[in-house]
Design a protein around this ligand. Structure first.
Ligand SMILES: CC(=O)N[C@H]1[C@@H](OP(=O)(O)OP(=O)(O)OC[C@H]2O[C@@H](n3ccc(=O)[nH]c3=O)[C@H](O)[C@@H]2O)O[C@H](CO)[C@@H](O)[C@@H]1O[C@H](C)C(=O)N[C@@H](C)C(=O)N[C@H](CCC(=O)O)C(=O)O
Ligand SMILES: Nc1ncnc2c1ncn2[C@@H]1O[C@H](COP(=O)(O)OP(=O)(O)OP(=O)(O)O)[C@@H](O)[C@H]1O
Ligand SMILES: N[C@H](CCC[C@H](N)C(=O)O)C(=O)O
Ligand SMILES: [Mg+2]
Length: 491
């Protein structure tokens, strides 16, 4: 693409030398992967500053540089006010505004994003539509999957994924939008059609200055709704009206609104709810009529996720019968309230609860039908929100009968410090077993018929990250192995 064409839509910029007729082969934001003929865009990040890597990019063959200030290079430099916005805009132009040609559904909130995207994927596929999904577990484009580093990718990768979706004849892109992504402009230039808000509770206060800053970042998805180039289509915000923060989110958008809830009077509601050990039954009440749902997904929080997904599906013209089929046939998401059954006499559940609210919800759900005692095995990640640690411990102590604290990706931190942060205020008894496998084994060996064991925090993860090294570790695999061993060699 001609550099001049790329710059056509950039409102303000200046160049250090004439661009003549430069053709850009690609866009790069990382000197390590810059290729010949690339436009290298310097991003001042959280850890590093791309302006310091211009020479490396030049050595790799970059043709032109975009920066926020003058940099030492023999290449022409395009100077803009904000390279983060410019990167998103350039990527969008380079790939032909792919998000305009897709129905894009974005899901934000502290908990439930991954689950809702998977539910939506099942609904759309049941309706014979091709989907693309971007989120915590992976990127999947018409069935082809890619591993991910982030829940929401940087704007350059995002636009590339959208372009690939178009090529694969995908009609709907369903993606998780994290608060980090919103704060770092990773979704600038992305033309969302539907934005969903799940809930907002304590998390990521290592990154955001305070809860209000976290809320402000999340609400950007709604404030930016309709800001894309395609102003023709009607945009919708889908908001959980039962959330304490619902009003703030509703106020942040000028687009059309659809609400959902259980306690508040909302557009989409669940009535006559029955929660049990095998799932949730309820009447789904919508502007398109009512339908009875009998889903294998457990817990009240799962109903909220289904209501949000139903809202987006209805706005996309999908019939209630298709939505019902998806909710009833779903096998759930890996590591989200996933039962482990190896013939043992008690229940074992793997769940990705890694915030105080989700841990509380998961334990509450178990306590609704557990006839015996509840065991929980849980830890807190290192190099992540330190302030949530005592609250995680409280959620475990308040709702479980036996608590075993253990490691969950200590990363560069000393696990002892993490335990100290979690437990220094506690007076009631708990156990502390640093080795996660031993902690799980301890719980599984003690549980009796009628008890429930919740192994929380890692869900689908297949690693334990210690000092920058990821060791293979899979809660589900470990629990199965221990249960099998116990069956073969009962003690
Ligand atoms: C703290 C944080 O959010 N960091 C994210 C951020 O990195 P950063 O700003 O520090 O950027 P950087 O990679 O150090 O460098 C800045 C620039 O210099 C360039 N560079 C750097 C080094 C070099 O040799 N050459 C070079 O050109 C980089 O390519 C980049 O353009 O931008 C990167 C690109 O988008 C992200 O991959 C990275 O996520 C890191 C890996 C991360 O762990 N982030 C977590 C906290 C996160 O974002 N989590 C949320 C989900 C949270 C949730 O569960 O809700 C997510 O969306 O994943
Ligand atoms: N609607 C909800 N409300 C509260 N807790 C929920 C809800 N949905 C799921 N959870 C809990 O949160 C955990 C994570 O769910 P999920 O992966 O869907 O959320 P997420 O928002 O994608 O999380 P992350 O930000 O880590 O990617 C689940 O394992 C469950 O314990
Ligand atoms: N997306 C979350 C995942 C946390 C999962 C938990 N296992 C941990 O490592 O802390 C985060 O990056 O904060
Ligand atoms: Mg997720």
């Amino acid at each position: 693409m001609k550099m001049k064409k790329l710059l056509k839509l950039m409102p303000f910029y200046k160049v250090t030398q004439p661009l003549s007729d430069i053709t850009v082969q690609g866009i790069s934001m990382d000197s390590r992967s810059t290729g010949p003929g690339d436009l290298f865009i310097c991003i001042h990040g959280v850890e590093a500053d791309g302006h310091e890597y211009v020479q490396e990019a030049e050595a790799k063959g970059a043709a032109v540089v975009m920066a926020e200030r003058e940099v030492t290079t023999s290449l022409p430099v395009v100077i803009v006010n904000d390279t983060v916005r410019a990167l998103a805009m350039a990527a969008s132009i380079f790939y032909g505004f792919p998000s305009e040609h897709l129905r894009v559904i974005g899901v934000t909130g502290t908990n439930g994003k991954t689950t809702i995207t998977y539910l939506l994927d099942e609904i759309f596929r049941n309706n014979n539509q091709r989907t693309g999904m971007i989120g915590t577990i992976q990127v999947s484009i018409a069935g082809k999957t890619y591993p991910v580093k982030n829940t929401t990718p940087d704007s350059l990768s995002l636009q590339r994924y959208f372009a690939e979706m178009r090529k694969a004849k995908v009609t709907t892109a369903i993606m998780e939008v994290s608060s980090h992504a919103l704060d770092q402009g990773r979704v600038y230039g992305c033309d969302f059609d539907i934005a969903i808000f799940t809930n907002l509770t304590r998390d990521h206060l290592d990154y955001h200055d305070n809860f209000d800053d976290y809320l402000r970042a999340k609400s950007l998805l709604f404030a930016q709704l309709g800001n894309g180039y395609n102003k023709g289509r009607r945009k919708f915000a889908i908001i959980n009206k039962d959330s304490e923060q619902a009003k703030r989110f509703i106020r942040s958008t000028s687009q059309s609104l659809l609400t959902y809830g259980i306690h508040s009077n909302a557009d989409i509601m669940a009535k006559n709810i029955t929660l049990g050990e095998t799932g949730a039954a309820y009447i789904l009440k919508t502007p398109k009529g009512e339908i009875a749902i009998n889903s294998p997904l457990m817990g009240l929080f799962s109903i909220y996720n289904m209501l949000a997904a139903a809202g987006a599906a209805i706005l996309s013209g999908i019939p209630l019968t298709v939505i019902k089929h998806a909710f009833e046939m779903t096998r759930g998401v890996r590591g989200r309230f996933e039962p482990v059954r190896e013939g043992q006499e008690y229940g074992v559940v793997i769940d990705y609860a890694h915030t105080p609210d989700s841990l509380e919800n998961a334990l509450n759900t178990l306590s609704e039908f557990c006839k015996g005692s509840i065991y929980v095995v849980v830890g807190c990640g290192g190099d992540r929100d330190r302030s949530k640690r005592p609250y995680m411990a409280d959620a475990a102590m308040n709702r479980a009968d036996y608590v075993i604290f253990t490691t969950d990706n200590p990363r560069s931190e000393d696990p002892k410090q993490i335990f100290q942060d979690m437990t220094s205020h506690l007076s009631d008894p708990f156990e502390l077993i640093e080795d996660r496998e031993q902690a799980i084994e301890h719980a599984l060996k003690r549980a009796k018929s009628g008890d429930m064991v919740l192994i929380a925090g890692k869900g689908h993860e297949t690693y334990q990250e210690v000092n920058g090294v990821r060791h293979h570790f899979d809660d589900s695999e470990v629990a199965k192995m221990i249960l099998k061993r116990m069956k073969e060699r009962p003690s």
